[in-house]
Ligand binder design. Structure first.
Ligand SMILES: *Cc1c(COP(=O)(O)O)cnc(C)c1O
Ligand SMILES: [Zn+2]
Length: 391
């Protein structure tokens, strides 16, 4: 059993201890490469149930876990009727320790930092990555710097990162600028450990969303996910390909990557045929702050995911996202705005006749309802103003 890192474009191999996750030769991102690994699950629940498929060579003493994964899958008649899909399943990643799927990747990446004996980590964030990174590094006793685009992250997410004890650096610009700052700092002298999804260990942890979905539902036709920096889109394709290679998956589910119209560089890129490179958007706009990203770092990996699964990239308007969020909230399940893009994308593809009424569809709800309450209260005030306005 060997685990190493491999360039996703030129195939060059690197030692597992490398922490600059870009290829020296072609600057493409690296991925974790497992050799001679077989599908073998432990009886424990959550991410580490799948240890053999995500980090088989990691000594157990380095595992940093807050009990992530094993999230609930819901079915709901109102949401089936709303989306037009009878067999709709909602996997709620807001049920993780810090309230988003980021915890699945973070438990693996921070464990890896621990194994490497590093004592300082860094990330750029639209919010949930910083909350998650702050919690896991504090738990592990590792220092954490989060670079946050000033004024563009919700209060509740910022508060969470502060509360867990992260050192906050505000960046005067948007997420993509903050991300560039992190990438540039990683090669620097004191080498903080990068915890964004350029970190291939995050992708390994996030594969477990697919492992759990398929263990529970057995067959799935479509898996829809909100797409921002495209870490999940990348992880999902890798998980599906590996499961197929390991002989534990027969029919390949199609991945649906859903972007917000105002922040949809990947949707445009794929619609235009996907010939390199992706053209970033300079000023991405959407109320779904978790997917307000114009220059997604994982577009190469995500493209491979869609190619392998015969997947679909789609974009939805903020109105469609909010409408879906309202329905999810009213169903009692609840989620943050970006999460609702998955349901909005499915509804749109159902209306277009791409998805059939009887297909089995899973939507990933990426974050908790309390992650972004500003928008709910803002809509409430707008409605109140409308009701009291003279006719
Ligand atoms: C990070 C995040 C996303 C975007 O996921 P990517 O893997 O970056 O595409 C979507 N929704 C929520 C709630 C998030 O926290
Ligand atoms: Zn390369």
């Amino acid at each position: 059993m060997i685990t190493n890192l491999r360039c996703i474009e030129c195939g060059e191999y690197y030692h597992i201890n490398r922490t600059d996750y870009r290829c020296d030769k072609c600057k493409s991102p690296l991925e974790v490469n497992h050799q001679d690994v077989e599908w073998e699950v432990y009886s424990t629940k959550g991410v580490w149930r799948y240890k053999e498929m995500i980090h088989p060579t990691l000594p157990e003493e380095f595992i940093v876990t807050l009990g992530e994964g094993a999230t609930t899958i819901y079915e709901n008649d109102k949401l089936s009727a709303y989306s037009g899909v009878n067999n709709l399943h909602l996997k709620h990643e807001g049920r993780n320790p810090t309230g988003s799927f980021k915890d699945r990747g973070m438990t693996v990446a921070v464990s890896e930092a621990k194994r490497l004996g590093l004592n300082h980590a860094i990330c750029a964030s639209t919010g949930n990555t910083s909350s998650s990174a702050a919690a896991y590094t504090s738990f592990a006793g590792i220092g954490m710097t989060v670079v946050i685009p000033s004024g563009r992250i919700t209060k509740s997410k910022l508060a969470q990162a502060v509360a867990y004890g992260a050192n906050i650096e505000t960046f005067d610009g948007n997420f993509d600028g903050a991300m560039r700052k992190v990438i540039d700092s990683v090669g620097a002298y004191d080498k903080p450990y990068p915890l964004n999804s350029i970190n291939p260990w995050r992708v390994e942890g996030q594969k477990t969303i697919i492992f759990e979905l398929i263990e529970e539902l057995i067959t799935v036709d479509y898996i829809a996910v909100p797409a921002g920096n495209l870490g999940n889109t990348s992880a999902f394709g890798k998980a599906i390909k590996e499961m197929k290679d390991w002989g534990v998956l027969y029919d390949i589910p199609r991945i649906i990557a859903v972007q917000a119209e105002g922040a949809s560089p990947f949707y445009r890129y794929m619609s235009e045929g996907g010939s390199d490179p992706l053209v970033p958007e300079d000023d991405p706009q959407t109320m779904a702050s978790a997917i307000r990203i114009g220059n997604p770092v994982n577009w190469r990996k995500a493209k491979k995911s869609l190619e392998y699964t015969n997947g679909i990239a789609v974009s939805v308007s903020d109105e469609e996202i909010y409408d879906s969020k309202r329905m999810i909230d009213l169903s009692g399940i609840g989620c943050e705005p970006a999460s609702a893009a998955s349901v909005a994308g499915v509804k749109k593809l159902r209306n277009q006749g791409v998805i059939d009424r009887n297909d089995v569809v899973a939507c990933v709800l990426t974050g908790h309802i309390l992650k972004d309450t500003d928008i709910i209260l803002q809509k409430m005030e707008e409605n109140a103003a409308r009701e009291t306005a003279p006719a």
